[in-house]
Design a protein around this ligand. Structure first.
Ligand code: UFG
Length: 325
């Protein structure tokens, strides 16, 4: 049991993390500016404070609530936008994280879990990618995550703040029991786009590239279910409560699934054809990106439950069908 401050707790991953923390009887305070987070993602059992990570005073006041562990998931995350408007990403992601760390120093909060990303690796030099792989982000979003990891190392060394940075691979799916109510708005990622094409919200979609050196010519990714990410966060909280150690951990399944396989599986789950065409490669896409998560398995005693892409897609499809908007 811990008292956990979840910054960005009304967002897509954050709401699943809050749910898991509550399930495991932790006390939860959610801090979110509701810019992309949604009110319907808030749970009765968690205290909610509306606020922005750029508001240092407000952050400090929240930290004074005897917080054991901060989970920091508040960030801008659209890769293309980070290349167009890096200043927005510098402010929200980097300055926002510095505010969180400085507020922790001032209020003597000693533990933080940071949502990092596979984007820190850039184009992988070997597969599966483990945590020792060199960091070489190829977009500004990935750079912000990499830089924040470096800040964490220094605040650990100089201020005794322990951290677990979790490098997510491709987060997908929704709570299988439908307890998370807010569907992500304006989705930018493959699976929600496929879902929108399936429900007619968009007139088909494009598969970017079919000439990659992969099993079927389309890009392979490591799709990790958001509820599996959530259990890893809860275990990371317990780890930080027990030990004064810091870690950087990949979170993936270790299984490469191609875009074509995602589309085929979606058609199977939905039971109908989805409209798509093949388009040229998208700039900056590595052919394959698959995680080695052995370290997370060991350190957190965690394993993803969802390995089969069809099972993952079912949880997303359920969400489509319960959507009332
Ligand atoms: N894709 C399509 N058509 C689409 C959208 C995506 O073919 O309309 C393909 C992409 O080319 C890629 C795969 O589907 O091969 C997955 O694409 P996503 O945009 O869903 O995800 P990415 O792998 O590009 O990016 C994800 C996260 C980023 C993170 C990155 C790190 O969205 O935040 O992983 O690995 F930085």
């Amino acid at each position: 049991m811990a008292k956990v401050l979840v910054i960005g707790g009304a967002g897509y991953i954050g709401s699943h993390v809050v749910l898991e923390l509550l399930e495991k009887k932790n006390q939860v305070v959610v801090f979110d500016n509701l810019s992309t987070g949604q009110r319907e993602n808030l749970f009765e059992a968690a205290e909610f404070i509306e606020g922005d990570i750029l508001d240092f005073e407000k952050l400090k006041n929240v930290m004074k609530k005897n917080i054991d562990v901060v989970i920091h998931l508040a960030a801008k995350k659209a890769v293309w936008e980070s290349m167009k408007n890096p200043e927005i990403y510098a402010t929200n992601n980097i300055e926002g994280s510095i505010n969180i760390l400085n507020a922790m120093v001032e209020t003597n909060v000693k533990n933080i879990i940071f949502s990092s990303s596979a984007a820190v690796y850039g184009t992988p030099e070997y597969l599966p990618v483990d945590e020792n792989h060199k960091k070489n982000p190829i977009n500004f979003y990935g750079y912000t995550k990499s830089l924040i990891e470096e800040l964490l190392k220094w605040y650990d060394e100089l201020k005794g703040i322990h951290y677990i940075a979790l490098r997510y691979f491709n987060a997908v799916g929704y709570d299988a029991l439908g307890r998370v109510k807010g569907k992500e708005k304006n989705p930018q990622n493959l699976l929600p786009i496929v879902m929108e094409a399936a429900t007619g919200k968009r007139n088909g979609f494009e598969i970017y590239g079919k000439d990659y050196d992969t099993k079927d010519g389309t890009c392979e990714r490591d799709y990790i279910h958001v509820s599996d990410l959530a259990t890893a966060h809860e275990k990371a909280v317990q780890k930080l409560m027990k030990e004064n150690e810091s870690y950087i951990l990949n979170l993936g399944t270790g299984k490469g699934v191609s875009v074509q396989e995602v589309v085929n599986a979606a058609q199977k789950v939905i039971g109908k054809k989805i409209k798509y065409t093949y388009a040229p490669r998208r700039e900056g896409d590595p052919a394959k990106l698959v995680a080695s998560s052995d370290l997370a398995y060991q350190v957190l005693n965690w394993k993803p439950k969802y390995i089969n892409i069809e099972d993952i897609i079912k949880t997303t499809w359920n969400m489509e069908n319960t959507d009332e908007h």
